[in-house]
Design a protein around this ligand. Structure first.
Ligand code: UD1
Ligand code: CA
Length: 463
């Protein structure tokens, strides 16, 4: 808890290098927006204030950051994006009484962690301020950190303004600072846009303060923590690093088995339980939760799906669905929104479900479409069953009560109810309710013509 610290997070830029209609900070990596990652690193610090500077697509960015629900979060608008220093100038009037220190962060550095921000705060004690840096093998595009002969930070020079000698510097500015409030405000007042890009650079604050004889701490962090995302190539790289970090956490801390981390894509907000195994080609997205001892994959893509314990989900696509304990799904199942599979259920090959509840131990083993249905417990839906739920205008409901048996190739023309323990005969088109314990049979009778083949061959021979 840092009562006297406010964070200013810069998120007004367009992100020209993304070549996108979407504001850069709204692009997602490992299931979370870039700005969302930064805010999640800030959250545990419990700062008194978090001020996000919005501008490009201000409404959308504001909605995204407000959805984080971080206490003390407000937004200010920078209507013209005149540079990072200008952005901070817009936020300063919003600083509350009692704020003595200001942390400035960029909205496009999604790998930053809480512990490195804590380090930044600690290192700023007793000096003019602190900034995070990193040594990069390829520092192009970043501001370079200039140090004097004793190793003290003297200033930052942007790539575009750097001399050939300065371009050789591999220590880069992470764009994350902690500065005393009064000193920051004083230095901001001295900024100008006399540089290659004609922008008001926040980085000049460091030169101004160090020239006032206030040492600035430059804390070196790993490149993977401070890297910025300016284009789609860096976005893909950042996403890979974030996903790998989450997978390592799941393996090391939770005890999740991952056969091949390189082909397993798990969003950072996905939870997976102990002794569950993720097989190659598995993609788990948007708040998916998997219990213990389950097997997911190969090739399962689950988005906002809740999976219980001891379940098997093989080669399956699922969205907004629930898969109960010990359920068996796939291969090649498609669970659409509103699917709720009870414990020990089975949904097998080439089955599609939508808006359907399947009670405990019920089975749809093969080649069926079940939509808008309420299915009880212990029901067997044999091969090739279709709920005829849409007449071109309205969707209608199918109800199948406990222990019913739906024969192969039954069309259930909804709205229709099959009572408990009732059967439908194979090949039936069921348009009327079948009461409990009854058999519903709705198909034409077969006619068998004895000796028909010989008669036909005779006819063919005569021509
Ligand atoms: C900035 C730093 C650079 C550092 C790099 C680290 C400056 C001048 N340069 O460069 O030294 O190495 O970050 O990643 O600060 N933004 C606004 N309003 C603006 C301009 C930018 O809110 O008017 C926001 C952007 O949305 C972005 C952040 O500030 O989230 C950084 O801006 P960006 O243009 O990406 O700066 P870099 O060129 O990467
Ligand atoms: Ca950047």
């Amino acid at each position: 808890m840092a009562n006297d610290v406010a964070a200013i997070v810069l998120a007004a830029g367009k992100g020209t290098r993304f070549r996108s209609d979407l504001a850069k900070v709204l692009h997602r990596a490992a299931g979370r927006s870039l700005i969302g990652h930064v805010l999640e690193a800030v959250r545990p610090l419990q700062l008194a204030q978090v001020i996000v500077v919005v501008g490009h697509q201000a409404d959308e960015v504001r909605a995204e950051v407000e959805a984080s629900g971080i206490p003390g979060l407000t937004t200010v608008v920078q209507s013209e994006q005149r540079g990072t220093g200008h952005a901070v100038q817009q936020a300063v009037p919003a600083l509350a009484h009692g704020i003595d220190r200001v942390m400035v962060l960029a909205g496009d550095t999604p790998m930053i962690t809480t512990s490195w921000l804590e380090r930044l705060m600690a290192d700023a004690n007793d000096v003019g301020g602190a900034l995070l840096t990193a040594q990069l093998t390829d520092p192009s595009g970043y501001g370079r950190v200039l140090r004097d002969r004793d190793g003290h930070v003297e200033g930052i020079v942007e790539h575009k303004d750097a001399s050939p000698a300065q371009l050789m510097v591999r220590e880069i500015n992470a764009g994350m600072y902690l500065v005393d409030r009064g000193r920051l405000v004083g230095a901001l007042a001295q900024l100008d846009d006399d540089n290659e890009q004609g922008e008001i650079y926040l980085t000049d604050v460091v030169r101004i303060l160090t020239s006032e004889d206030l040492p600035f701490a430059g804390t070196e962090a790993p490149a993977e923590v401070i890297a910025g995302v300016n284009d789609r190539i860096q976005l893909a790289e950042a996403a890979a690093i974030l996903r790998r970090g989450h997978l390592l956490h799941l393996m090391a801390e939770t005890g999740v088995g991952v056969l091949d981390p390189a082909t397993t894509y798990v969003d950072v907000d996905v939870e997976v339980g102990r002794d569950t195994v993720l097989l190659p080609g598995t993609i788990l997205e948007r708040g998916t939760r998997v219990g213990e001892r389950s097997t997911i994959g190969p090739n399962s893509h689950l988005t906002n799906v809740e999976v219980g314990d001891d379940a098997v989900v093989h080669s399956t696509r699922g969205v907004d669905a629930v898969i109960g304990d010990a359920a068996e799904v796939g291969p090649f199942a498609h669970l659409r929104a509103g699917t709720r599979l009870g414990a020990a259920t089975k949904v097998g090959a080439y089955v599609e479900t939508k808006n359907t509840t399947l009670g405990e131990r019920s089975k749809i083993p093969h080649l069926s479409y079940v939509g808008d249905a309420e299915v009880g417990t212990g029901v067997n839906i044999a091969c090739g069953v279709i709920t005829v739920n849409f007449d071109g205008t309205t969707k209608s409901q199918t109800t199948i009560e406990d222990d019913a048996f739906i024969g192969c190739d039954t069309m259930l023309v909804a709205p229709v109810t099959i009572g408990a323990r009732a059967y439908t005969a194979a090949g039936s088109t069921i348009t009327d309710d079948v009461p409990a314990d009854a058999l519903g049979i709705a198909r034409s009778h077969q006619t068998t013509k004895e000796g028909w083949v010989a008669r036909r061959q005779e006819r063919d021979r005569r021509g």
